[in-house]
Write a protein that binds this ligand. Structure first.
Ligand SMILES: C[S@@+](CC[C@H](N)C(=O)[O-])C[C@H]1O[C@@H](n2cnc3c(N)ncnc32)[C@H](O)[C@@H]1O
Length: 273
């Protein structure tokens, strides 16, 4: 199976998620009312990566979650790539607490996994939504928010947006990329936020960009609150080696204690790098 080469900031992202996963199971294992604390990795990946920095193998987010000091009670892994899903299928064959799915996580989460996590199940979940680009749908986020049982990490994919959607002149974006952006955002309001109509000397009108990804990310966090996640910390910006923005790592939860823990972890990395 082809492994991804990952940059420094992806290693930091993995550290952040690992740190929170450890805190999460340590807290949840002490809640006597809780009938299960579940880990979901919806864009699970290949299991391991190659570090561009060291050339060494680095465990991906699903394997890190399997290695937390106090394990989750169940694990759900999804990937659209058949070989990658098969890798987790093999692990599922060896451990009844692991479940592997092959397909689009937006459908699998909404139809198969989230329905197992209703409020009356007394289960809680940590869900990692870490796509390469604009492959996550707002409908998925909304379903998670309605449950009130799920904490989520979201990769807010600036690079895909900047390369394919957020052109200075809106007309340059391909319709399918505009559609992906609207599916990610939940509606078309991102256009009003970023673009203004401007008349040219020749009597035509253009939509010209007046804001950038920073405004968009701030508004996305507001939308996470509006949709039902009460506790959303300021996201952390991940950059490439030249300082160019790659993505924000966002977090959304129903618990202020979860927000505080993530804030502390984010701050530690913000200060260190
Ligand atoms: C960035 S990688 C995930 C890496 C993983 N979180 C880690 O840190 O080890 C994104 C993965 O999402 C998968 N993918 C892309 N679109 C998907 C979709 N709609 N549903 C599920 N998986 C998808 C890709 O095949 C790829 O393996």
């Amino acid at each position: 199976m082809k492994l991804d080469q990952i940059g420094y900031w992806s290693e930091i992202k993995l550290e952040i998620i690992k740190e929170y996963a450890n805190a999460y199971t340590s807290i949840m294992s002490k809640q006597s009312w809780c009938k299960g604390y579940v880990y979901i990795d919806a864009f699970a990946g290949a299991g391991t990566h190659i570090s561009r920095r060291t050339g060494e193998m680095v465990l991906g987010s699903p394997l890190n979650a399997l290695e937390v000091a106090l394990p989750f009670t169940e694990y759900y892994f999804i990937d659209l790539d058949e070989d990658r899903a098969d890798f987790f299928g093999k692990l599922a064959g060896e451990n009844p607490n692991i479940h592997s799915y092959h397909g689009d996580c937006n459908e699998i989460l909404v139809n198969d996994i989230f329905p197992l996590l209703g409020w009356d199940t007394f289960k809680r979940a940590l869900c990692i939504l870490d796509p390469y680009g604009l492959h996550l749908k707002w409908e998925t986020i909304k379903t998670a928010a309605d449950l009130k049982t799920v904490d989520i990490f979201i990769n807010f994919p600036i690079m895909d947006m900047n390369r394919n959607v957020l052109f200075e002149d809106f007309a340059k974006a391909e319709p399918e990329d505009v559609e992906r952006m609207s599916a990610f955002w939940g509606d078309e309001s991102w256009k009003q936020l970023l673009y203004r109509e401007q008349a040219t000397l020749f009597g035509e009108t253009h939509h010209v960009r007046i804001e950038d990804y920073q405004v968009l990310a701030k508004e996305y966090c507001k939308r996470l609150k509006q949709v039902g996640f009460d506790d959303v910390p300021e996201p952390i910006l991940m950059r490439n080696i030249k300082g160019g923005p790659l993505y924000y790592l966002c977090f959304a939860s129903q618990k202020s204690v979860a927000k505080d823990i993530v804030n502390d972890i984010f701050d530690k990395y913000r200060k260190a790098y």
